[in-house]
Design a protein. Structure first.
Length: 552
């Protein structure tokens, strides 16, 4: 598939092809459509339950949008997505399982919208007091022909079930009626659409209380943290616009890194560029027996467009890689304890540095990396074994440093906030960035990028193909190449993480995630760069369409 086959897609309407005649307006508009327009980047926040509640309050009070209007917009947008995703199955009807709060109200609007289009719709709910908006929309749906099924009775044989039991603010295990219905959802073996999120999934923490896995999750305005922390339960995630106002500037909510942002940030080529204009990158690592790490870092840097790549490594690694990369420059180094004159010259030559891939943890590495960080003020990616050097990471011109730990390396580099990382990777990454004084990229699901004084960014592209040795080395090469082209730390880190994940998605479309290796991911870069160069359509009201990760 192409770039829009899987992964992330931002909105747009369908093409007007298929045999019908074109209008004079369309003919007149054709030249305008062919012109390149400025790329509009959609800001999608990644929020917790409290932030979602404050956004809803802002809409109702400051923006004066009645809650019934928001609910109507949410339900009708969800019905549109459901109709598009499950059109054939809707011939067998839909069943809405509705709670007593506003999430249930959204479900009743979905039920009424589907019924209005001719879909047979049934609904299951509990006889109890409901929120005013839920009660009002329930009455409208029943008056419109939605058939209510007592919750004690068997469900009808429908094509799709809509989980509208509990919303963003729910936490802890479902109880009573909700628990009973979740059990039936799990046992029904019918495609499930979750409104906001699967019941039983905490959308703030990602903690799962035995929810029914959703095939499709439709949410509103932005992503919830739990969607990305617990992707396995959410299936395909579609974020739709329902009219929320722009969040206040002081909110500092993390933002999602999607295709539009990546396309806007990717450094451009110019017709008169020479190799120096494309960036000089120095890679330091590759101890004896670790040539593969340096290989992947260099290959990724070349694949990302770096003009000149120089590898400083053990002599055996240099010898092993010269046949693979005859275009790479090389410097042999003992990797400690001091900086050799040739390495000092390379540090003066380069635009950016990557240190760590295949570095090893021999005793002399600590004074070596410490000396390196004290010597240079160039932008530098600190990865892998280099993250184990201690306080030297946080001295000197730390603002120009990008630290890229996985959770184990994070504990070593930031022991004071290691426990926080287990519970809240968002807060832990921001705390670590404040300690480091630079950019911290915490790898994982999702990847979080923080820099003191900047809004955090969140990357969810990728799949289990990246859970293999060498993926982190590819990421370092990408970030280093983007730093060498002049991007700052947070932008280079976010673009690198997105590019790595998106390339893995493209490969998995054909090779499967199971069979994908780091070299395959690098080989997919050309397809990725071409995709990012293409104009992106909008699909209102869709803001983001995030496919479920490839698990085959």
């Amino acid at each position: 598939m192409g770039a829009r086959g899987r992964g992330q897609r931002a909105g747009g309407s369908a093409s007007t092809k298929g045999g019908r005649s074109r209008s004079a307006w369309e003919d007149a508009a054709e030249p305008i459509a062919d012109r390149a327009a400025p790329l509009t980047v959609i800001t999608i926040p990644v929020i917790d339950a409290d932030q979602a509640a404050s956004w809803d309050e802002l809409a109702r009070t400051t923006a004066a949008i009645p809650s019934r209007v928001l609910m109507e917009s949410a339900g009708r947008a969800a019905a549109t997505i459901i109709g598009s995703a499950f059109g054939g199955r809707l011939l067998h009807g839909a069943l809405v399982v509705a709670g007593h709060g506003n999430n249930g109200g959204d479900g009743w609007v979905v039920a009424r919208a589907l019924a209005a289009s001719g879909v047979p719709v049934w609904a299951v709910d509990q006889d109890r007091k409901r929120s005013p908006d839920c009660e009002a929309n329930r009455k409208l749906a029943l008056a419109a022909g939605v058939a209510r099924v007592p919750h004690q009775e068997l469900w009808p044989g429908v094509g799709v079930v809509i989980d509208a039991l509990l919303g963003t603010g729910a936490s802890g295990p479902p109880r009573g009626f909700a628990a009973d219905q979740v059990k039936r959802l799990r046992e029904a073996r019918i495609p499930v659409v979750a409104i906001d999120g699967p019941t039983g999934l905490d959308l703030t923490t990602g903690e799962a209380h035995d929810p029914a896995p959703a095939d499709l999750t439709v949410t509103f305005g932005g992503l919830r943290r739990g969607h990305l922390l617990a992707r396995r339960w959410c299936g395909r995630i579609v974020v739709v616009d329902i009219g929320f106002p722009t969040p206040p500037a002081e909110s500092e909510w993390p933002t999602f890194v999607g295709q539009r942002w990546a396309a806007a940030m990717l450094p451009r080529f110019e017709p008169d560029m020479h190799k120096g204009d494309r960036g000089r990158l120095l890679i330091i690592g590759g101890d004896r027996g670790f040539a593969g790490a340096a290989h992947y870092t260099a290959a990724a840097a070349f694949g990302a467009g770096a003009g000149l790549v120089k590898l400083a490594a053990h002599t055996l690694t240099v010898d092993a890689l010269q046949s693979s990369f005859p275009d790479a420059l090389t410097v042999t180094t003992a990797l400690g304890p001091t900086l050799e004159p040739e390495l000092v010259e390379a540090l003066a030559w380069t635009d950016a540095i990557v240190v760590g891939p295949g570095l090893g943890r021999a005793e002399e590495r600590v004074p070596f990396v410490t000396a390196l960080l004290e010597h240079t003020q160039k932008p530098i990616v600190i990865d892998a074994d280099a993250l184990h050097v201690g306080d030297a990471l946080f001295h000197g011109d730390a603002a120009r440093r990008v630290l890229t730990p996985h959770l184990g390396e994070f504990r070593a580099a930031f022991p004071s906030v290691a426990d926080t990382a287990k519970e809240d990777r968002f807060a832990a990454t921001q705390d670590a960035a404040a300690i480091a004084g630079g950019t911290v990229l915490l790898k994982g699901v999702p990847t979080v990028i923080a820099h003191s004084g900047r809004v955090a960014r969140v990357v969810a592209s990728g799949n289990p193909a990246l859970a293999t040795g060498g993926s982190g080395d590819v990421l370092s090469g990408l970030i280093g190449a983007f730093l060498a082209r002049g991007l700052d730390g947070p932008d280079a880190a976010a673009l690198g993480a997105y590019s790595l994940g998106r390339a893995a998605e493209l490969v998995a479309d054909t090779k499967t995630a199971r069979a994908t290796r780091p070299g395959d991911v690098i080989a997919a870069f050309p397809e990725l760069w071409r995709a990012l160069a293409q104009p992106m359509e909008g699909h209102p009201p869709v803001l983001l369409d995030l496919a479920a990760p490839e698990l085959v």
